[in-house]
Design a protein around this ligand. Sequence first.
Ligand code: BGP
Length: 468
Amino acid sequence: MTTTFPDGFLWGGATAANQLEGGYDADGKGPSIQDVMPKGIVAPPTEEPTPENLKLEGIDHYHRFAEDIALFAEMGFKVYRFSIAWSRIFPKGDEETPNEAGLAFYDRLLDELEKHGIEPLVTISHYETPLHLARTYDGWVDRRLIGFYERYARVLFERFGDRVKYWLTFNEINSVLHAPLMSGGIWTPKDQLSKADLYQAIHHELVASASATRIAHEINPDIKVGCMVIAMPTYPLTPNPADVLAVMDADHENLAFSDVHVRGEYPGYFQRTLRDAGIVLDITDSDRETLKNTVDFVSFSYYMSVCQAAEGGEIGEGNIMGGIRNPTLPASEWGWQIDPVGLRIVLNQFWDRWGKPLFIVENGLGAKDQLVEVDGVTTVEDDYRIDYLNDHLVQVREAIADGVNLLGYTWWGPIDVVSASTAQLSKRYGFIYVDRNDDGSGTLTRYRKKSFGWYRDLIASNGATLTV
Ligand code: BGP
C-alpha cells in the first residue's frame, strides 16, 4: 500500500456548537444570534427564539456527546474540530466573569475526546455571537467587542490551553462582507450597512484575532493558533484580460483576511480599496502593533470554486459568497458546484502565497439521504458522498505530492447537523445519519451510513484506499 499522506496526518471531522449541540438555554447559556435565525441566512432574524428553529434542539449533542464521540472514535478520528458556544461561557458577552457550568460542559467533552485519543481543534467563534452583543453593540462594528472577545479567549486558553493545542479564532472570517449578522454579529440589516461600517467591523475582528494569538502564546507557547477562511478558487470566465483582472480583484477581497493574519499588516491593495471607496478606518498605533501577532497556520473551508468576469455570466448558488457559475462543473442538490481539482489548486495557491502549514477544516457534500434496510441494518447507501470524498482527497494527495505542508483534513459535519445557510436538517453531510427532520420530528437515533465504513477504512490505511 502506498500513501503520500504523512505519518501523523490528522484525519477527522468538524462541527459547530450552534448546529448540533441543542441545549440552547441549558446550564445558564444565553441566547446567541443563531437562536433567532430559524432560516439561517435566507431570511431576517426573529425577535425571540421560536420553536421552528431546529438549532434550539440541534441533534441534542449537548446530552449525547459521549455517544457521538464514540462513533467518531469508531471511524478512527485523529482530530475533532468543534466550536465553543460563546454564550455558554459569557451568556451576554459583556460580563466580567464566566459561567462555570458552560466551561464544565467543555471539560466533559474534552475528557471524552482524551479517552479516545482524539486531538481537539477548537473554534473560538463560529457564527454564534451572543445575541446581547449583536443587539446592544451592533456586533463587531463596535470596538468594545475586541475587549469582550479577548476576555473570552483568555478564559478559554487558561482553562483548556494545556489540553487543546490547535485553536481557530473566527470561523470563515472573510464572510463578514457577505453575511454581516451570521459572521459579524451585526444586527443592522445588510442593506442598511455602509461599507465603512463593514470594514471597521472587519478591522476589529482582525485585531481581536491577533490579540487572541498573542494571549494564547503568552499563556502556553506550545499552542498553535490558526486563522480560518472560506477558500473559493476563482477562475476567469474567459481568457479576456478584463476577466482575469476581475479574478484578481475577487481574490484580493477573499485573501486580504489571511494576508493580514499571516503578514501582520494590511496589504497595499487593501489600502487602495479603502482609498477608492473614500473610507478612513479607525486604526490606532496599538492596533497596528497587535496585528503583528501572526498565526501559526492557515485553515480553511473548501466546498466549491466560482468564476468571475468583468461583465456577464450567470450568478450561481454557493457557500455564502458565491459567484458566477462555471459551465464545466456539476453541482450539488443545493447548487454548490463540485470541483475536486479546485482543492488542489487552492492548496498550492495558499502554500505558495504564505508558506504556512495548512489545515483543511471543512469540506463536504450536503445531500438528501434516504434511510434503507440492508441485511436487517438501517443505513444510507450514500455512494455520492463517498465519490465526493474520494475525489477531493485524491486531489489533496496530489497537493501533498506538490510539496504542500498540510496538517490535516476534517470533513464538515461527520454527523448530520443543522445547515448554517438554510437551517435545514435535510441538507445532510454526515457519515452518521440522525433521525430528525425539517419539521422537527424524529427520534434523534443515530445510524451509520455506508460512508461511515468507507472513511474508517480510509483513515486506517492513512489514505491508501483512495481510488483514481
Ligand atoms: C460553512 C460553515 C459551516 C457549515 C458549512 C456548510 O460555511 O462554516 O458552519 O454549515 O459551511 O454549509 P451549510 O450548512 O450552509 O450547507
